[in-house]
Design a protein around this ligand. Structure first.
Ligand SMILES: Cc1cc2nc3c(=O)[nH]c(=O)nc-3n(C[C@H](O)[C@H](O)[C@H](O)COP(=O)(O)OP(=O)(O)OC[C@H]3O[C@@H](n4cnc5c(N)ncnc54)[C@H](O)[C@@H]3O)c2cc1C
Length: 602
């Protein structure tokens, strides 16, 4: 196939809402190559050996331990997986980089954060926007763990409004360097890093500009004390003060005024990787929880035999299975885009940037969904342990505290929810994805006579995929009508945007779980995937319920009279099951497998 034909055929970011995806077209964790499986196993072995046994030590604010583990990870090549070989990295594909991030992050949020801050926002801006000289000078050191990176965007007065920072960069009279002055806060890895990616404003520029700043404490740089935090206790988080710090002009990153773009694009990668970073933590929580539930006896019965505990284990496993499905589906879409761009002549840099940017909607969706799933998973983990779950002597307590940060950094979940819908609307307006046609078709369908035929659902998961199609109509109906009513003022209607985002997120996650189960059932036989199919069905049921709630909330808030009535009828039609699944049985099927395996093994 020619590159342009491939381009037309290949799914675009956000397009899942208006396009049916076939099961055979998604990548699933079961599709990992032998090389990827080897990488996964070696990362897992490293974490089991070096990190998991020291879990308690990570609660004692042992920053040196985090640095030591990071250095060892560097020696094994894990810090350079996303870095091309010419800069001393392993030059692995995007899916493999997700895999490493996933499995290295499971034991403690301290390592997850240090790894994410270093390999993502601490290294990527140079790799993606740096000049050849900058890349040659800094990237090999960062890829091997000889040096560590940190990312200084947030300031006391500039958090979510990241472009409003007050840090200044003033060009010297001889034009050879900038003097940077300002205060950055919440900087991960600040205590042990060697370079900072710093964002500062030059003169009265509209946007901030990025700089690479070496950490020389003799050069006007000072650090605040380690922050006292709820979780990630051995992740170094400090304020960083710059007082006329001299930075050579050749260390300006990208273009003047272009820092906001760098910051946002680095965050796109950060978001999908953060979602991946929550996956193995969920697997480990389930593993501990089910082992405890099988051992703990009350009323002369292992508590895993109780329906109340089985319900929790089933929900935890389902969320994890769904998160894996969605993360690796999106990762492969990104990888395919990157490869297509490379084929059409883009540099690695350009291809990677544009490839990830294309799927920024999915990156935000995943960040929100998986960071909330891990919160629920750890919370239920504590509940399964009962009083022992509240004790710092068990792994649940720290897992729960560590999970909490994921909803805040890399853009809060509120910001990411609004971004996901905002970006979808922009794509529609730019004509990158045709939403108008399908939205009009839904409108026409609402005023038309509904079909009373009972569809043929004999094919595996066909009713579920039909439901996904209908849920997409709900999104088009609600967001289409809201956009028509509010026009450019839609962005002021935050509660509507949040409701639309929840609908969008539920669709992507549920569709991913169904497609994963279907693909594997087609390939390996339905009998082998009974539990996975049950998980896909359970996830879909939750998605339908949530979408019903959120869409109703939106419709009764912005539509009135006949329009409201018509949309509520549409909502009923588009969320109607022909055959309800038996939710209690689904949970039983899932829990029984987890209990029998005594771990999460999907
Ligand atoms: C442990 C930790 C590590 C971190 N690491 C780094 C790092 O390495 N580098 C770095 O630069 N930063 C880092 N951060 C900062 C982090 O990215 C910010 O905390 C985050 O972006 C939120 O900014 P804020 O804390 O100023 O909250 P605010 O922006 O003040 O937000 C407060 C609340 O208001 C909401 N809100 C804000 N604006 C809007 C809006 N327009 N509409 C609706 N709701 C809104 C938010 O969602 C949130 O609920 C870290 C933070 C922590 C806690």
């Amino acid at each position: 196939m020619k590159t342009t034909e491939k381009q037309n055929d290949m799914i675009r970011g956000g397009q899942f809402i208006v396009r049916d995806t076939k099961a055979e077209d998604v990548f699933t964790p079961e599709d990992f190559s032998e090389e990827q499986k080897m990488m996964r196993d070696s990362v897992k072995e490293f974490v089991d050996r070096e990190v998991w046994p020291k879990k308690e030590e990570f609660e004692k604010k042992n920053y040196a331990l985090t640095e030591e583990i990071m250095r060892k990870a560097g020696e094994l090549g894990f810090l350079g997986v996303a870095v091309p070989e010419e800069y001393d990295g392993l030059g692995m594909d995007f899916v493999s980089t997700m895999l490493v991030c996933d499995y290295i992050s499971g034991a403690t949020g301290s390592i997850a954060t240090a790894f994410g801050a270093h390999t993502g926002i601490g290294t990527l801006p140079i790799l993606l926007y740096g000049t050849e000289e900058q890349k040659k000078k800094y990237v090999p050191k960062l890829a091997t763990g000889e040096w560590f990176g940190a990312y200084c965007l947030t300031e006391p007065g500039a958090g979510s409004d990241a472009n409003s920072g007050k840090t200044k960069a003033v060009l010297s009279e001889d034009g050879k360097h900038y003097k940077i002055s300002g205060q950055k806060m919440w900087i991960s890895n600040a205590g042990f890093c060697d370079i900072f990616i710093v964002f500062a404003r030059i003169e009265d520029d509209k946007n901030i500009t990025g700089f690479i700043v070496e950490k020389d404490l003799e050069n006007g740089i000072s650090l605040g004390d380690e922050e006292k935090k709820l979780g990630i206790h051995s992740s170094s988080t400090r304020q960083v003060f710059f007082n006329e710090t001299k930075v050579p002009v050749e260390n300006l990153l990208g273009e003047r005024n272009g820092g906001f773009k760098i910051a946002m694009n680095a965050l796109n990668v950060g978001r999908i990787k953060l979602a991946a970073a929550c996956l193995d933590a969920q697997r480990r929580v389930i593993d501990s929880a089910v082992k405890y539930a099988n051992d703990r006896v009350q009323f002369n019965t292992p508590i895993s035999k109780f329906g109340a505990i089985q319900q929790k284990l089933a929900e935890m496993a389902t969320a994890t299975y769904t998160g894996e499905a969605a993360c690796y589906r999106a990762a492969k879409n990104i990888e395919d885009r990157i490869n297509l761009r490379k084929e059409s002549g883009n540099s690695h840099q350009e291809a990677e940037l544009k490839g990830v940017e294309e799927f920024a909607i999915e990156c935000s969706i995943l960040k929100v969904a998986v960071s909330e799933d891990i919160q629920n998973c750890t919370d239920e983990g504590i509940q399964i342990y009962g009083g022992m779950g509240f004790s710092a002597d068990t792994p649940m307590e720290s897992a729960w505290r560590d999970a909490r940060i994921s909803r805040i950094y890399e853009g809060t979940n509120e910001i990411n929810r609004m971004l996901s819908v905002g970006m979808l609307v922009k794509k529609a307006m730019k004509g990158h994805v045709d939403f108008m046609g399908p939205a009009q078709a839904v409108k026409d369908e609402l005023t038309g006579i509904p079909s009373f035929d009972t569809p043929d659902f004999s094919e595996l998961l066909s009713e579920e995929l039909d439901m996904i199609k209908k849920l997409k109509k709900v999104l088009l109906m609600v967001s289409g009508a809201a956009a028509q009513k509010y026009g450019t003022e839609l962005e002021e209607q935050q509660q509507l945007l949040l409701a639309s985002a929840d609908i969008l997120i539920e669709i992507y996650m549920a569709e991913s779980a169904i497609l994963r189960a279907k693909k594997n059932a087609n390939a390996k036989g339905e009998d082998t995937q009974k539990v996975q199919i049950a998980m896909a069905q359970l996830k879909l049921y939750h998605a339908v319920e949530k979408i019903n709630e959120k869409a109703k909330e939106a419709i009764i808030s912005f539509a009135e009279g006949d329009e409201q009535k018509m949309m509520l009828m549409g909502l009923k039609r588009f969320t109607k099951y022909y055959n309800y699944p038996n939710i209690i049985n689904l949970r039983k099927t899932i829990a029984e497998r987890v209990i029998e395996d005594n771990t999460y093994k999907f």
